[in-house]
Ligand binder design. Structure first.
Ligand code: NAD
Ligand code: ZN
Length: 379
């Protein structure tokens, strides 16, 4: 089959690799109709991880079930499915309490709970930027979708970023009527803003500096805050009569940079602590990572100095981590079916798998207008 493989820093290629196949009785194989490029893929693409050469990338997957193992009962060949990026067993301590993103069984990497497709240190699983994908524990992991092709570009957001944005808002403790600030207007931040409105926010600010992303935020009724035009905390305080916001979402991660492009992994955490009111809450879904056991140099994103004293003094709370997609994807699917949610508003490009290397380069360089790229392996 054809697949997009990692070759080294800023180098990926579409190559012929062995077909994905059923390896365990509880596996299914899915033929991909859509697989998205994610901001999380860039951690590997930019060479900041020890992901091995030859790994097939891609964790935002959907398609049609091609084959099932003898232990798969409920999922059937021909089903149209969304594949959560978390690979979970469904029966461990974390899975049974709704934390499938921290499954204790599926990731053999020492000290790591939680597995994913096509990802560094998240288990030996290949990704879905390919024609076929092996899905472990298929009955537990796969979400069935209505047959046909309707809502394809909305449903494709169910594997990761729509539940992730939703989770960021949940982690912030948002209540209906709250004002929310989302730092990062990338796909995840825009999904957080969309989710905040669906959960009843009275006002949503989206902080970024990319004009196209700020425009998209404004297209759904959020207030775009350009951090290259001045301190975003001051801009939001000014617009809220000095009160700030009730809740904040971090959707940037450790590659946060200042208006001049210098990397400051602590910057958005500091801004959130300063713009959220006393006793307010912060949800961090932007990725910070521990020391990668495969790399010699210390991970800049592991030890981050941020304004913990201000956070403590303001009595704020914070939730963090990878999103447990299964906790939300069924409900979000139904919001799409009834027309209440339309996460496809962020889609900028749909390209055949063969053009993935060029699409990676454009998305990585943040070329204006390249907000969310969908790869279409079947076209
Ligand atoms: P992205 O890189 O496209 O978006 C990040 C945005 O942040 C960019 O538009 C950038 O201009 C902006 N930004 C940079 N510095 C900023 C600052 N100081 N203030 C405000 N905005 C700033 O990536 P994405 O796909 O939207 O993903 C965002 C983060 O979410 C990444 O770290 C990704 O790994 C992570 N993620 C987490 C989960 C999870 O389950 N927790 C799932 C998916 C993605
Ligand atoms: Zn993703």
């Amino acid at each position: 089959m054809k697949a997009l493989v990692y070759k080294g820093a800023r180098s990926v290629a579409v190559e012929e690799v062995p077909d994905a196949r059923v390896q365990e009785p509880t596996d299914a194989v899915v033929r991909l109709t859509t697989s998205n490029i994610c901001g999380s893929d860039l951690h590997m693409y930019e060479g900041r991880t020890s992901v091995e050469e030859g790994k097939v990338l891609g964790h935002e997957n959907m398609g049609i079930v091609e084959e099932v193992g003898p232990g798969v009962t409920f999922v059937k060949v021909g089903d149209r499915v969304s594949v959560p990026f978390n690979i979970a067993c469904g029966s461990c301590r974390n899975c049974t309490t709704g934390w499938s993103s921290f499954c204790t069984r599926t990731n053999p990497t020492e000290g790591m709970d939680g597995a994913a497709y096509g990802y560094a240190n998240m288990g030996p699983y290949d990704g879905g930027q390919a024609e076929l994908l092996r899905v472990p524990h298929a009955d537990f992991n796969l979400l069935q979708l209505p047959k046909g092709t309707e809502h394809e570009n909305d449903f494709t957001m169910l594997s990761d970023i729509f539940p992730t944005g939703w989770h960021g808002v949940v982690l912030s403790g948002m209540q209906p009527g709250d004002r929310v600030a989302v730092f990062g207007g990338g796909p995840v931040g825009l999904m957080a803003a969309h989710s905040a409105f669906l959960q009843g926010a009275s006002e949503v600010y989206v902080v970024d500096k990319a004009p196209d992303r700020l425009r998209l935020a404004e297209s759904i009724g959020a207030v775009g805050v350009d951090f290259s035009a001045g301190d975003p905390v001051e801009q939001i305080l000014e617009r809220t009569g000095g009160h700030g916001v009730d809740r904040g979402v971090e959707a940037v991660g450790f590659q946060a940079h200042d208006a001049y492009g210098e990397e400051h992994p602590e910057l958005t955490l500091d801004n959130l602590v300063n713009v959220v009111r006393t006793t307010g809450g912060i949800g961090v879904v932007g990725v910070y990572v521990p020391q990668d056991p495969g790399l010699d140099e210390p991970a800049k994103a592991d030890r981050v100095g941020w304004q913990y004293g201000t956070f403590f003094t303001k009595g704020q709370s914070m939730g963090t981590g990878q999103a447990p997609v299964k906790r939300y994807n069924r409900q979000l699917r139904d919001l799409i079916i009834t027309g209440r949610a339309t996460p496809s508003f962020i889609v900028s490009h749909e390209v055949p798998l063969e053009q993935a290397p060029d699409a990676y380069e454009k998305f990585d360089e943040r070329v204006e207008g390249w907000t969310k790229v969908l790869l279409k392996p079947a076209s």
